[in-house]
Design a protein around this ligand. Sequence first.
Ligand code: ATP
Length: 299
Amino acid sequence: LTQLYSPLHFLGFIYREIKHSLADMERMFGLLETHAEVADDAGAEVLATRAAGVRFEHVDFGYDAKRQILHDVSLSIPPGRTLAVVGASGAGKSTLSRLLFRFYDVTAGGISINGTDIRQMTQDSLRAHIGIVPQDTVLFNDSIYYNIAYGRPGASREEIIEAAKSAHIHDFVVGLPDGYDTLVGERGLKLSGGEKQRVAIARTILKNPPILVFDEATSALDSRTEKAIQHELAEISANRTTLIIAHRLSTVVDADEIVVLDGGRVIERGSHRQLVEQNGRYAEMWLLQQESESTAEVL
Ligand code: ATP
């Protein structure tokens, strides 16, 4: 019966997904495609922890054999701590989060959680432990309610509203004519970048994962929204093992450790203070950002 249940369950999943728009289907096929890249090990273990220590050890990776993207990357995030990765566009920052979620397998080295290689865990249990707030949240062509509820199927209405309140989007939602039933996505109400990110934050709060990956939006949000999002991020990352893929240094100042990636290699690591004192690439980036911010204030 279990053998029958699983495919039926999966078909049910596909049916529900197909009900959504073409844009969502593209997304679904993208996921299925990447699902095919990795498979569960025969003796895969079920990951079950609330305190997850994440470790990348000597990781090499390329999306194809011709071009290596990551070179010998090692990093460690103790349970409940925050590590931020910074570096130029294309340095390989988001690739780290895709590898942690196991959309792809590393070419060499390994990624482990609490000492167990993620290739020895079931993908479902691994992914249940990770909440991703992506750069650009894709919303389903459905209600705001559905879009938040997706974080944890079976959550009650109270829990969903509670999550929306924690993500500071509840007041905005109840101010809409249809409230939580407002349709969003390509064919519904277009939300701003900050609002979409808040929906993703609410979804993640509902999921309540021990590991959080925050892929900061590349497109600049206005500075008030940015500050507010950072504040919400600080709230949800407390006590969770957090990986921040940062595009603005203001987000990383308080991280326990900052790693600077360049061409897929770690070139510097340390706290904000240590890196500024080191006077290397990070200090240079920090100075540039300070200058551009003060110019922006003058303008
Ligand atoms: P950004 O700051 O612009 O988001 P990033 O540091 O996060 O950049 P990645 O998205 O990790 O960079 O990409 C690293 C490199 O891998 C880039 O050169 C990119 O072109 C390449 N890359 C990313 N995704 C794929 C993919 N699915 N297939 C092939 N190459 C890819």
